[in-house]
Design a protein around this ligand. Structure first.
Ligand code: ATP
Ligand code: MG
Ligand code: MG
Length: 350
């Protein structure tokens, strides 16, 4: 087989298509947006709604394996497709990652530590949750959140009603605020036969709920928790029979790593691996879903720093190009405040 289907048309899809092309695969991207970023790199592209059975049948007919680049895709089309063509990661993994309550219960069952949390389906539920969890706390929609969207911080019980309204009164979870020294992520790739590799963990710094920077090697606080976090991520992948790249976000807490959330896909905190690792997360995802041997995840340099270019930060690209050791990536999207427009990875000597 040699054609890979990719659902979703963003920069992750584009970087997957580029990695696939390098290994000699053709890619077919399916996305609802005509201005799709991934379409620029894919071998072929269909602009279509994911719910159209006719389009899904056609995609299954022209591809040998299908993957997706974002977790907020509807589950139904994935289930439908999986009956016709291998889909990786499997629908079951996507289902767990789409629901913050399911995700946290699942991880706790595997021995992972999470923030204290409670499911909230009404303003009364929220008030009750605040009495058990306390404040500060974060109210997050159960589904569909990303880049800190769909979440509100609560500093006191008085803010319950405003917070509930701010998330549109949708099903949610209330999470206790975790005090942590650093955030980091474990990114791994797993094949269907259980073979697995994982990357050294980046230190991830966020600004306004959006990833701003990932840097390696991680500071000592993270290095001390790497083993436990990587073991948990490995158990998550094994239990799900996971195929492809999986990203798990952690807080380095006082008592050890606290699991935040997972993404059943390549992850922004792994973009550094394009130039900073021997094998990028995108290549390892393609290798994993195609059943090829997985590649070395080691660093190519003593230090690697990836900075996201958000909104008009991408305007400084000319200066970045002039820097030795800086690798600029622009996604070719229309500028909007808070939108990820590109990233730059700087490879350093020490
Ligand atoms: P992503 O774009 O990573 O999918 P998201 O919208 O799903 O983001 P989270 O990862 O849950 O949101 O939260 C965004 C950021 O908010 C976290 O990386 C962290 O900095 C902060 N945060 C989230 N939950 C907590 C918590 N319980 N305690 C402290 N900080 C938190
Ligand atoms: Mg998320
Ligand atoms: Mg997150």
């Amino acid at each position: 087989g040699s054609t890979i289907g990719i659902l979703g048309g963003g920069q992750l899809g584009r970087m997957l298509a580029a990695a696939a092309a390098q290994l000699g695969y053709r890619t077919h991207v399916l996305a609802p947006d005509a201005e799709s970023v991934a379409a620029q790199t894919a071998s072929s592209f269909t602009r279509a709604d994911y719910h159209s059975r006719i389009v899904l049948d056609e995609l299954a007919a022209i591809t040998d394996v299908v993957t997706y680049e974002f977790e907020n895709i509807a589950l139904d089309p994935i289930v439908y497709l999986a009956a016709k063509v291998p889909v990786h990661p499997a629908p079951a993994a996507l289902g767990v990652a789409q629901d913050r309550a399911e995700e946290k219960s699942f991880v706790a069952e595997l021995g992972g530590r999470t923030a204290p949390w409670a499911k909230v389906e009404s303003l009364d539920d929220l008030r009750a949750a605040i009495t058990t969890i306390g404040t500060p706390a974060i109210l997050k929609t159960l589904r569909l959140g990303y880049d800190g969207k769909g979440q509100v911080r609560l500093h006191s019980a008085d803010e319950a009603e405003a917070a509930w309204n701010a998330i549109g009164g949708r099903p949610a979870i209330l999470e206790g605020f975790v005090s942590f020294s650093h955030e980091f992520s474990i990114i791994l790739a797993r094949r269907s036969d259980g073979a697995m590799v994982s990357y050294p963990p980046p230190w991830n710094e966020h600004k306004d709920g959006i990833l701003a920077r990932s840097s390696l090697p991680a500071p000592a606080e993270i290095a001390a928790q790497w083993g436990e976090a990587a073991a948990l991520a490995g158990r998550i992948a094994d239990r799900l029979g996971y195929v492809g790249v999986l990203a798990c976000e952690f807080f380095a807490g006082a008592d050890g790593p606290v699991f935040n959330e997972m993404a059943p896909r390549v992850h922004n905190s792994g973009h550094w691996s394009i130039e900073g690792a021997v094998t990028s997360q995108f290549e390892n995802h393609i290798r994993a879903i195609c059943g090829l041997p997985l590649g070395d995840t080691g660093l190519t340099a003593p230090s690697v720093v990836m900075d996201n270019l958000i909104g008009d930060e991408a305007n400084g690209w000319a200066e970045i190009l002039a820097e030795p050791g800086a690798h600029l990536h622009l996604y070719g999207k229309e500028v909007r405040p808070g939108r990820k427009m590109g990233h730059v990875t700087r490879i350093g000597r020490v």
